[in-house]
Design a protein around this ligand. Structure first.
Ligand SMILES: Cc1cc2nc3c(=O)[nH]c(=O)nc-3n(C[C@H](O)[C@H](O)[C@H](O)COP(=O)(O)OP(=O)(O)OC[C@H]3O[C@@H](n4cnc5c(N)ncnc54)[C@H](O)[C@@H]3O)c2cc1C
Length: 455
């Protein structure tokens, strides 16, 4: 424990308490369920200086804020306070609706999901969360309540009446265009007014409620497909990848779990052995179409390797994999050293070949994630003495990701762990934009003071 630097965890139980704390002007990292993989909470508390907290570390815990859920007349989900994705999903299902975003870690909070621009498996079929937000409310760094609507554009905010700021926004938006197809670019979109809070990791305001688009509940069929190990033969994987792209309107998710990851599960929880598994969530009404036009036409995959699975079992299985892997790392006393890279579809094979280079290093690894979006998490499982080497490997890797024009952190954000890796992805346009936003929304730098928008 670090006794030199003051660490305080403040449990905030009401909006009044939150406003009071804001009025104290103390720089604070506000958090929800603390499932972020880029904010190593235990290590932060033990050694805040290492992560750039120089004076004190105050953690504003929002996980006990009063919560409520409701459906508005259009069937949109209105979330107030500390509602988790699990609660939101269950509530919507009970009302005959479905949420469109589904991070694997269901205990994460819906409002934090906006701050981290959470994605997850259903992004394949339903797109990114930023386009599912109708409106949101936040508290400014001065404690004022503000509302943002998705139908308003950022350029129309008074901040951009000034010609100089507008020029910076134009240049920033022009850079963003290259990344439009990605789930998350290396920097936030900044097009709709609500984008100000999406992926900005709590550096511009504290989100207190939001309205999310939902759809009427549909029945789904869950399938898994057995494939060879990706390291040995990736051709069948690629055949599915190429063909599935035109089925996004009827397949909500397309996820890969490699054989190495499956080994972390107890034997009785493994759906199959001896290869990788691909999971598909298919709209039941369109199943025949998917079967006739996609599954039965795959040349490199036998129909005998396609299996149906119960939805609960599928979800539990998928959620347990990253959790078990996280536990193994915790027992080893190391932080996860993993990737979060997405590339454009035509670069997927380049990315996979890059991952293959790591196979021969003798360090344990596994691979899983959002296969249909060319977005996989490669995780090293280092022994403590291999940790530094893995970190160095990642540094080299991000140079290649930049050369591949990929998005380095397409889902889990930057936090403090990825700050040094993200820097080469920013040019003057992003840096100027971040300064303008921080100066305007948080002039005292009291909201996540050492996030990626600060140097
Ligand atoms: C096993 C596992 C699986 C995961 N799978 C996915 C996945 O599929 N998709 C995905 O996107 N992520 C995933 N994650 C990452 C994580 O769950 C998400 O980043 C999630 O959005 C974090 O939510 P949280 O409530 O835990 O936020 P926290 O970890 O508490 O905070 C995360 C960030 O959000 C900010 N923040 C929190 N609340 C607010 C608020 N009210 N207003 C402003 N800023 C706020 C914090 O300052 C911080 O920067 C996974 C994590 C784990 C451990």
């Amino acid at each position: 424990m670090n006794y030199n630097l003051k660490v305080e965890i403040k449990h905030i139980k009401s909006i009044i308490e939150l406003k009071e704390h804001l009025s104290s002007r103390r720089a604070t990292l506000y958090v929800g369920s603390r499932t972020s993989t880029v904010l190593p909470y235990d290590q932060l508390i033990d050694n805040p200086k290492e992560y750039g907290f120089d004076n004190e570390l105050v953690i504003g815990d929002l996980s006990s804020l009063p919560k409520s859920m409701d459906l508005d007349l259009d069937g949109n989900l209105v979330v107030v306070g500390a509602v988790s994705w699990k609660e939101a999903k269950e509530f919507c299902l009970s009302m005959g609706r479905e949420v469109l975003t589904s991070p694997t870690e269901e205990l994460a909070l819906c409002l934090s999901g906006i701050a981290t621009s959470a994605t997850g498996e259903r992004c394949f079929g339903h797109g990114a969360l930023r386009d599912q937000i109708i409106s949101l409310k936040y508290l400014s760094s001065k404690g004022e309540e503000k509302v943002l609507n998705a139908k308003d554009t950022i350029v129309d905010l008074p901040l951009f009446n000034c010609e100089e700021n507008k020029k910076v926004l134009d240049a920033y938006s022009s850079d963003y265009k290259f990344y439009e197809e990605f789930k998350n670019a290396p920097f936030p979109r900044l097009k709709k007014a609500t984008d100000l809070m999406v992926g900005t990791e709590g550096q511009l305001g504290i989100i207190t409620s939001a309205t999310y688009k939902t759809i009427p509940k549909k029945n789904e069929i869950y399938l898994f497909i057995k494939l060879p190990k990706w390291e040995i033969n990736f051709k069948p994987h690629l055949e599915v990848f190429d063909k599935i792209q035109s089925f996004r309107n009827v397949i909500a998710s397309c996820e890969l779990i490699d054989e190495n990851s499956i080994q972390y599960l107890p034997v009785e929880e493994r759906p199959a052995e001896g290869g990788d598994l691909l999971f598909l969530e298919i709209e039941e009404e369109k199943f025949e179409h998917v079967y006739d036009e996609l599954l039965s036409r795959l040349k490199l995959i036998s129909e005998e390797d396609v299996f149906q699975m119960n939805s609960l079992k599928c979800r539990t299985f998928r959620m347990n994999i990253p959790r078990y892997i996280f536990e193994v790392n915790q027992k080893m006393g190391v932080t996860k050293v993993g990737t979060d890279v997405q590339v454009k579809p035509h670069d997927f094979i380049k990315l996979m070949n890059r991952y293959k280079k790591w196979m021969d290093d003798g360090i344990r690894y596994n691979l899983f994630g959002h296969f249909g979006d060319a977005h996989l998490h490669f995780n090293f499982m280092p022994k403590p003495e291999e940790l530094e080497l893995c970190k160095q490997k990642l540094e080299d890797f991000y140079i290649d990701v930049k050369a591949m024009n990929g998005s380095p952190f397409a889902e889990h954000g930057i936090g403090v762990l990825k700050k040094k890796y993200i820097k080469p992805f920013y040019n003057q346009n992003q840096k100027k934009m971040f300064n303008i936003l921080k100066d305007h929304f948080d002039p005292g730098n009291i909201l996540f003071p050492n996030g990626y928008m600060s140097n």
